[in-house]
Each structure stands twice: as C-alpha cells, then as structure tokens.
Design a protein around this ligand. Structure first.
Ligand SMILES: *[C@@H]1O[C@H](CO)[C@@H](O)[C@H](O)[C@H]1NC(C)=O
Ligand SMILES: *[C@@H]1O[C@H](CO)[C@@H](O)[C@H](O)[C@H]1NC(C)=O
Ligand SMILES: *[C@@H]1O[C@H](CO)[C@@H](O)[C@H](O)[C@H]1NC(C)=O
Ligand SMILES: *[C@@H]1O[C@H](CO)[C@@H](O)[C@H](O)[C@H]1NC(C)=O
Ligand SMILES: [Cu+2]
Ligand SMILES: [Zn+2]
Length: 181
C-alpha cells in the first residue's frame, strides 16, 4: 500500500502538468447578473501545441459585424466588477497591439482578433491560436478575462489614439474569466 502511494507521488511529480489541458469561460454581459450568453472551451494538446477555442455565444448586438476579442490581464469577480476591471490586454512582453495573425513580437499575447456576429446576435467561435497557453508559464491565459467588444479591432493600423493599444474596439460588451477545468 505504501509502495503504491509512493509510486503515485512519484508519477505525480514527474508529470506536474498533465496534457491535454482544458479550460472554459462563461461569458456575461458587462455588469449583468442575467444568465450566461455562452461558454467558450479551450484545449491545449501538449506543451508546444496551439490552443483551440470553440463555442457559441448568443444575445450579442444583432448585426453582421466584427467585434474585438481579447484576453485581458486580470481576473475579475463578475458580481462586483465591470469588465473594465480586467485591465489592459494581456501583454507579458510589452509589445504593441496587433492582429491575431501578427508575428508574436507584433501583438499582445491576448490579441485574438475579431469574432463575427450575425443578424441574430449569434457568434460561432472556432479559433486556433499559437501564442496563448493553458499551462502556468508566461503566456498562460488561466485566471484572466476574455472580453468581447462593441466594435471591430483595427489591429493597431487605425488613426485613432487607442488603435495602438486596444485596436479602437469601443466598449466591453461581455466578458468572462477563463478557468482551468
Ligand atoms: C449581482 O448580484 C449580486 C448578488 O445578488 C449583487 O450583490 C450585485 O450587486 C449584482 N451586481 C450587478 C452588477 O447587478
Ligand atoms: C513598454 O514599451 C513602451 C513602448 O515601447 C516603453 O515606453 C515602456 O518603457 C516599456 N515598458 C516596460 C516596462 O518595459
Ligand atoms: C488560478 O487561480 C486558482 C485559484 O486562485 C489557483 O489555485 C491557480 O494556481 C491559478 N492558476 C494559475 C495558472 O494562475
Ligand atoms: C518570462 O518572461 C520574463 C520577463 O519577460 C522573461 O525574463 C522569462 O525569460 C520568460 N520565461 C519564459 C519561459 O519565456
Ligand atoms: Cu479587449
Ligand atoms: Zn492588444
């Protein structure tokens, strides 16, 4: 019995991180206690692999529009904090704002581009990102907040003062903390 316990301990210490890693975020409208607008699921197969994100959101503004989609730096308590309390884009390497497809030194780790909402306010998300991680390293998005914005992300190419920092995306429409599962 003792041997088996020691063996388990040994295996646990060898594999401090067990892949695949999974996480999820339930999203809510900013400053709202009403039911979730949907859940996003995150999967990372191994330590080098990209993170796959999928899920369906509903009740967003009903227009065919692109809307900024980022991981922001801070954890929030949604019953107390607004989405704005999640702080700036998750940017551990102090890069400037960019597109999801930009090289890693020309985007924030949290820059996930835009999502598309349809005329009925639905957004179906299927995205693979090579920069974010679900492990406990510098690029981990665990315990941070994913945000959907009102307006399209201009990827830092616009002429507005905030193009270079946020992509001029306007207000925070909905958000949710990303929890390991
Ligand atoms: C959400 O509900 C909690 C608990 O009922 C309440 O304390 C809080 O003020 C509410 N927040 C908002 C933004 O309505
Ligand atoms: C981050 O980058 C900006 C602009 O490149 C620079 O002004 C600032 O000093 C940098 N901050 C840190 C903490 O390195
Ligand atoms: C996330 O938060 C939980 C609860 O506070 C903590 O146990 C865990 O270590 C955190 N994970 C990361 C990757 O920061
Ligand atoms: C994490 O970031 C710090 C500060 O930018 C850097 O010194 C360190 O090398 C990074 N670690 C990894 C594993 O990238
Ligand atoms: Cu954002
Ligand atoms: Zn950014």
């Amino acid at each position: 019995m003792l041997f088996i316990l020691l063996l388990f301990d040994f295996i646990a210490s060898l594999t401090a991180i067990l892949y695949p890693l999974h996480a999820k975020a339930q999203l809510y409208f900013d400053l709202s206690n009403i039911s979730t607008i949907g859940t996003l699921y995150f999967t990372q197969i191994n330590s080098q692999s990209p993170v796959f994100i999928h899920g369906t959101l509903k009740g967003l503004p009903p227009h065919h529009s692109y809307r900024g989609f980022h991981v922001h730096e801070q954890w929030i308590d949604r019953l107390i904090n607004s989405c704005t309390a999640a702080g700036p884009h998750f940017n551990p390497y102090n890069h400037s704002h960019g597109a999801q497809k930009s090289p890693s030194n020309q985007r924030h780790v949290g820059d996930l581009g835009n999502i598309l909402t349809d005329q009925n306010g639905y957004a179906v998300i299927h995205l693979t990102d090579p920069i974010i991680r679900l492990d406990d390293g510098n690029q981990s998005i665990i315990n941070r907040t994913i945000v959907i914005h009102q307006d399209v992300d201009d990827f830092g190419l616009g002429q507005y003062p905030d193009s270079k920092t946020t992509g001029h995306v306007g207000s925070h429409v909905a958000c949710g903390v990303i929890y390991a599962t």
